[in-house]
Write a protein that binds this ligand. Sequence first.
Ligand SMILES: Cc1cc2nc3c(=O)[nH]c(=O)nc-3n(C[C@H](O)[C@H](O)[C@H](O)COP(=O)(O)O)c2cc1C
Length: 262
Amino acid sequence: MNLTILPTINPPPYDEYRQVIVDAGIKIVETAGSNPAPHLRMFHDNGIKVLHKCTSVRHAVKAQSLGVDGISIDGFECAGHPGEDDIPGLVLIPAAAAQIELPMIASGGFADGRGLVAALALGADGINMGSRFMCTAESCIHPNVKQAIVAGSEQDTELIFRPLRNTARVASNAVSREVVEILDGGGQFRDVRELVAGVRGRKVFEHGDLDAGIWTVGTVMGLINDIPTVGELVARIIGEAEDLITRKLADTITSIPSEVAV
Ligand SMILES: Cc1cc2nc3c(=O)[nH]c(=O)nc-3n(C[C@H](O)[C@H](O)[C@H](O)COP(=O)(O)O)c2cc1C
């Protein structure tokens, strides 16, 4: 379960959220968005492991020192909030791996076996996928959204809220482009509040009206070309990764002339 802790004017009742998580028997919680410290004790007292999602090495190091059980390191490619440092996974993952001793999951931009092998090579212990799982048979979002992801490319996202330093990566559509234009032109949050309302975004997922509001997806859209079941997807990713490691990469290494390899 994900517990997103965002600075908001009216904070949600996090104490009650935590209690629901405990009562539901959840075993692993991914905290994100802010310092997980206020939540750790209750989760640990109830045998729940806490994975903290970070978009910078410094926040990962801080979370490690606070006593979380694992780190999810989220590159700039990701759907949702990529932070303000703009460091893609190719650099962020190994930079974090150099300082993180806990189990670490790479997040942002993963969709296939190539990504999994790359993440392992960069120092992660596994991958987390958001956008890719949206586009599976089991995902309950409207089929129009899944088709839009399949049709979309890596260029079809917008970064909204940049001037407010609360960047979010969402699908490029009429609404997100208008939000970018208003804020780039000096507008304030109040000027876009109605456009970004969650109730409008829900209409996209529930009714399939792609321009009803903003909806979250990452640049990995450019690597998503089908709508498999979750089982098919995970098996395929593992198969591709095994094939890459045991055959393609092994063949590449052995085909390098020894004088070049030296
Ligand atoms: C539709 C959608 C909703 C998301 N909502 C949240 C959220 O509420 N809290 C959060 O921490 N991350 C959220 N994320 C981000 C994911 O947890 C994950 O970090 C991200 O999707 C990874 O990038 P990827 O989409 O390239 O795999 C969301 C992602 C998607 C696609």
